[in-house]
Write a protein that binds this ligand. Structure first.
Ligand code: HPA
Length: 276
């Protein structure tokens, strides 16, 4: 028999969560980034569990990240929401960072929507704009799939050609148009953090083809594709990246902008989830 691993851990945790659900198994999973967590409070027939009560779930230690798993409905669609995520820069192994995504799969999700707060690398992305992620640069130097592969989780060498699902991208664009919300698109680069980038690093990222930069999401997208989940990605551009504004970056600015965009973000997710 295969050794016990993340697949078994996710299954065990999923059984506990499903036992509490009022809406059965979720179809869509949402991961809510910095300052965007309040969307979870909109769910109907919701139950929520702190990560600290979930076996195998790593603890969350970042302000703006609540650390609760929710299950409920967006309109008629059963969803699971990770309100707050675990980051590589907190010192967790990459495989631990993606436990939540694997849990979403174990719960029954077929689609995952990864959201984040990000700095705008491209000069025409203004703070407060929403950006659909078209593709990603994993610049962390790490990968959650390193180590022996458990085929029950997914294949050894997953394809990432369409890491962000083209059909979901179209639905997201249509949902934005329907909701009257401007939606940009671009490439997201994940760096390790937790320091923000230097202006030289932002110039480098632009040369590499990045449009937005953050400290999450790319590892989750890899684990999600490995697990056969279809992925949609949404960045809230919370600030101009380092060197583009004449002032220092701060987590407070990130949280403030995310709070300002909350309404549009929620309406877009509602419209999108309804179309999936
Ligand atoms: N850089 C990295 N991560 C971020 C930023 C940024 O400018 N804004 C929000 N998350």
């Amino acid at each position: 028999m295969a050794e016990r691993g993340p697949f078994d851990d996710a299954r065990e945790t999923s059984e506990l969560v499903l036992g509490r659900s009022k809406v059965g198994a979720p179809r869509v999973g949402l991961v809510l980034g910095s300052g965007l967590g309040r969307y979870a409070e909109r769910l109907f027939d919701a139950v929520d569990v702190p990560y600290s009560e979930l076996p195998h779930f790593p603890g969350v230690g970042v302000p703006g990240h609540a650390g609760r798993l929710w299950i409920g409905r967006v309109r008629s669609t059963p969803v699971a929401v990770l309100q707050g995520r675990v980051h590589l820069y907190e010192g967790h192994d990459p495989a631990r960072v993606v436990f939540g995504v694997r849990l979403l799969r174990a719960l029954g999700c077929e689609v995952v929507v990864l959201t984040n707060a990000a700095g705008g690398v491209r000069t025409d992305l203004a703070p407060g704009e929403l950006m659909r992620i078209t593709d990603q640069l994993n610049l962390t130097g790490r990968n959650p799939l390193v180590g022996p592969n458990d085929e029950r989780l997914g294949p050894r060498f997953p394809d990432l050609t369409d890491a962000y699902d083209p059909a979901l991208a179209e639905l997201l664009d249509r949902a934005a148009a329907e909701a009257g919300i401007g939606l940009r698109s671009g490439v997201y680069a994940q760096l390790l953090g937790p320091s923000y980038e230097t202006p030289a690093e932002i110039r480098m990222l632009r040369l590499l083809g990045a449009d937005a930069v953050g400290m999450s999401t790319a590892l989750e997208a890899i684990a999600a594709r490995h697990a056969g989940l279809r992925v949609a990605g949404l960045s809230c551009i919370t600030n101009l990246a380092a060197g583009l504004a004449q002032r220092p970056l701060s987590h407070a600015e990130v949280s403030e902008t995310a709070a300002r965009v909350e309404g549009d973000f929620a309406r877009l997710l509602d419209a999108f989830v309804a179309r999936i």
